[in-house]
Design a protein around this ligand. Structure first.
Ligand SMILES: Cc1cc2nc3c(=O)[nH]c(=O)nc-3n(C[C@H](O)[C@H](O)[C@H](O)COP(=O)(O)OP(=O)(O)OC[C@H]3O[C@@H](n4cnc5c(N)ncnc54)[C@H](O)[C@@H]3O)c2cc1C
Length: 393
């Protein structure tokens, strides 16, 4: 049985980020540590884009491919346009991220990216953990486990953000090239709260997505139809070429279950609490965690979880989700009010976990009070069932 220092289970965003950051920190050093990433995929495709806000004073992620200083929201023909000189909405393409991480990992001594290998189980043993894979067993001193969560009864997310999108090339522009349309055509129907997400990626190139905040993990079954209606509206003559498609589901308000072992085996990424409950954004949180976890691994050989959100942020996010879940018909109005009453930079800071006390106050002030009071008094069965652990994300 091969012995390794760190087994990273899953070579997606969190797993590759961590392996890449450890490799970068050890570059040029004779360290001798063995790190293996286990990933069932046999090859990577350009299967997603990651977007996030970048705030004033922050170094820009070198992988950013598109950036916008303006973004907008709309419902029933009313539009809120945010323009900022300080914050940018940025996009990293999956293809660039994977290529960069894989190149860094492959040139590092002692690093192994095992593609086409699935982890079947992990068992605690005297010397660490026995990792049972489809390609034999490994003995690992530490484990970072990024396998996606399942949603067993009693540990469901509050809402599920499902989306289906297409990157298209058009001979004519279908909107303003300078503006990211983050939530357009906001509406509520029997599936939940829906909107379209439309990003101009360059002249004649657009990412068009139909998005839904639904109630079950499989809530997105009608998204293809919704995406088609959105395309019919944007390109009525159907004159476009499909460059690629993407789809996914992100849990919102998911409580990560108790870790399997107290020391040495941590969950990370979506399963480890990386996703911001109220927004579904995770990329920047994963990058922050990955740098910190890499630093700790190099210094002490230990691995760390995602940091726990502060109590007010957790409470606000869960209350907001509970309102959306129990009164989804209010969602377009809530988002409209929120975006029309706070500044673009306050919004960017709020979304990127950098809100000041004043920003939080502005967010609360922007929203109608009654739905929140009604839901504050209701029993929060989902949030209470699994108390957050100390140190867990
Ligand atoms: C299409 C899409 C678009 C998104 N866009 C954004 C965005 O714009 N901004 C943002 O902030 N967040 C976004 N997210 C949310 C989040 O950032 C991503 O889901 C991100 O990829 C999560 O990283 P992860 O490592 O937890 O999961 P993944 O990247 O999904 O990685 C998990 C890995 O585990 C592997 N795996 C599964 N089972 C096993 C097994 N048994 N053994 C070994 N490996 C296994 C999988 O193959 C996969 O590679 C998006 C999510 C999706 C799905």
């Amino acid at each position: 049985m091969k012995t390794i220092d760190l087994a990273i289970i899953g070579g997606g965003c969190a797993g590759l980020s961590l392996a890449r950051d450890i490799a970068l920190s050890l570059e040029g050093k004779q360290d001798g540590r063995e790190v293996t990433v286990f990933e069932p995929r046999t090859h990577y495709e350009n299967d997603r884009t990651w977007c996030f806000w970048s705030l004033q004073g922050e170094a820009e992620d070198p992988l950013v491919r598109c950036r916008w200083n303006s973004w907008q929201f709309s419902r029933n023909g009313e539009t809120v346009l945010h323009r900022s000189s300080q914050s940018r909405y940025c996009l990293v393409s999956g293809a660039d991220f994977y290529a960069n991480a894989i190149t860094t990992i492959e040139r590092a001594d002692g690093f192994d990216l095992r593609l086409g290998v699935q982890v079947k189980s992990v068992e605690s043993c005297a010397d660490g953990f026995r990792v049972v894979t489809t390609d034999g067993d490994y003995l690992a001193r530490r484990i970072v486990d990024t396998r996606p969560p399942t949603y067993p009864k009693g540990n469901e997310a509050v809402l599920y953000q499902a989306f289906e999108g297409i990157e298209i090339e058009t001979p004519h522009e279908i909107g303003d090239l300078e503006i990211a349309n983050l939530m357009t055509q906001m509406h509520t129907d029997e599936d939940g709260f829906g909107f379209d997400y439309i990003l101009p990626l360059g002249s004649g190139q657009w990412l068009v997505e139909a998005t839904l905040f639904g109630f079950e993990p499989g809530c997105g079954s009608r998204l293809s139809e919704k995406l088609q209606s959105c395309l019919n509206r944007l390109v009525p003559d159907g004159d476009f070429r499909c460059l690629r498609t993407e789809k996914g589901m992100i849990p919102m308000g998911y409580r990560n279950p108790k870790p399997e072992s107290d020391t040495g085996w941590v969950k990370a990424g979506t399963a480890g609490g990386a996703v911001r409950a109220a927004s579904g954004y995770a990329y920047r949180r994963i990058q922050r965690w990955s740098r910190e976890c890499a630093r700790q691994f190099i210094e002490s050989g230990e691995v760390s979880r995602h940091p726990e959100d502060s109590w007010p942020r957790r409470k606000m996010d869960f209350l907001f989700l509970r309102v959306l879940r129990s009164e989804p018909q209010l969602a377009p109005e809530l988002f409209y009010r929120l975006t029309s009453r706070i500044t673009p930079d306050a919004m960017a800071r709020f979304m990127m976990d950098r809100a000041s006390v004043l920003d939080l106050f502005a967010v609360m002030w922007s929203l109608p009070k009654m739905p929140f009071l009604r839901n504050l008094l209701k029993r929060d069965h989902r949030a209470r069932r699994l108390p957050l652990q100390k140190g867990a994300a």
